[in-house]
Ligand binder design. Structure first.
Ligand code: NAG
Ligand code: NAG
Ligand code: NAG
Ligand code: NAG
Ligand code: NAG
Length: 283
């Protein structure tokens, strides 16, 4: 008996169309409509396709019925409707106008039903979050060339325009900058551009006091939407050794003595120019 029931269940599933893939972008830009595609297949011997329906948050917005005239109909256009629908026996694509409410999460369901006698129905749901995501990685400025031990370096990390604007976090050798008290701690946000989008930036003053020869920097820009959208950039600062340090490490060789001589000459020249300059100023 049980075996027969299990077989009966398999037959019911096999007589329905199957949704093979549902294309719903994870993020949708409200400046343009979002393109959604539902792909389905029927097995050999399945009854014909009866209808394909699209739902937005459980409200029907579009229907394709190949046996009826007209074959497509749109519903409930008040909350931003379907601007285009193209369907056939294998796929059904629609373009949906999105509300300009950022961080809204909308569910889209595609439901495919098969002709009688059973009218088997299958559906699949995916979610879209309204957001204009960052199209580029953040840009770090001020980190070119090498830095000296004890030097204060002014860095800046900025993003391209997005909505909602990104929050920026700096990481120094893998640790978030928040843990250090001597650094600037805030994300700045620009006024909206012509499309209502905003860029973010975050300056950071970094004092170089590390025994290491390289400082790894990472700027992470995260848009506060569900799910969060993040883009990041890595760079590194080369810590140059000061002249006396490099002489000590290369001590003993004749070239280091030559370097020392050059340094002495440079120093005396500098002092000379400096005193000349002071003398001029006194005049
Ligand atoms: C439907 O398609 C999916 C993906 O191709 C597959 O994993 C699944 O077994 C199929 N289901 C049926 C009932 O054919
Ligand atoms: C139309 O959609 C809105 C929200 O998406 C919903 O509140 C309303 O009940 C829907 N109306 C109909 C007739 O389906
Ligand atoms: C999708 O199918 C499930 C059962 O599999 C049902 O509970 C749900 O209401 C369906 N969703 C829609 C939007 O038709
Ligand atoms: C950082 O970059 C932003 C965007 O380019 C700019 O507006 C801001 O003035 C810069 N800040 C500093 C401290 O350089
Ligand atoms: C950037 O650095 C982080 C660690 O700080 C590392 O996990 C990540 O793989 C790096 N990304 C690239 C592209 O190098």
């Amino acid at each position: 008996m049980t075996v027969l029931l299990v077989f009966g269940l398999f037959i019911v599933i096999a007589t329905a169309h199957n949704i093979t893939f549902l294309e719903v972008p994870q993020y949708g830009d409200p400046r343009w409509s979002a393109d959604l595609v539902c792909h389905y297949v029927s097995e050999k011997g399945d009854p014909p396709l009866h209808s394909v329906k699209w739902y937005r948050d459980n409200n029907e917005i579009f229907r394709f019925t190949p046996e009826q005239q007209p074959t497509t109909r749109t519903f409930n256009t008040t909350a931003g409707g379907v601007s285009r629908g193209v369907c056939n026996m294998h796929s059904c694509s629609i373009s949906v106008i999105l509300p300009k409410r950022y961080d809204t999460k909308i569910s889209f369901t595609c439901e495919v039903s098969t002709e009688g006698p059973r009218f088997a129905v299958v559906n699949q749901t995916k979610y879209l979050t309204v957001a204009v995501t960052l199209k580029e990685d953040p840009i770090i400025t001020g980190a070119s060339g090498s830095v000296q031990l004890g030097e204060d370096v002014l860095l800046n990390c900025s993003t391209s325009p997005a909505m909602p604007p990104a929050n920026i976090v700096w990481y120094i050798d893998g640790k978030p900058e928040k843990t250090e008290t001597w650094m600037v701690d805030n994300t700045e946000i620009s006024s909206p551009d012509e499309y209502g989008l905003r860029s973010s930036w975050r300056p950071m003053r970094l004092r170089v006091n590390t025994p290491k020869s390289v400082i790894d920097l990472r700027c992470e820009a995260t848009q506060p939407v569900r799910p969060a959208f993040t883009r990041s950039t890595n760079t590194s600062l080369i810590v140059a050794r000061s002249p006396h340090l490099s002489m000590f490490t290369a001590s003993g060789s004749s070239s280091s003595r030559a370097k020392l001589a050059v340094l002495m000459i440079t120093l005396s020249t500098t002092v000379h120019i400096f005193s000349k300059y002071s003398a001029l100023r006194r005049v």
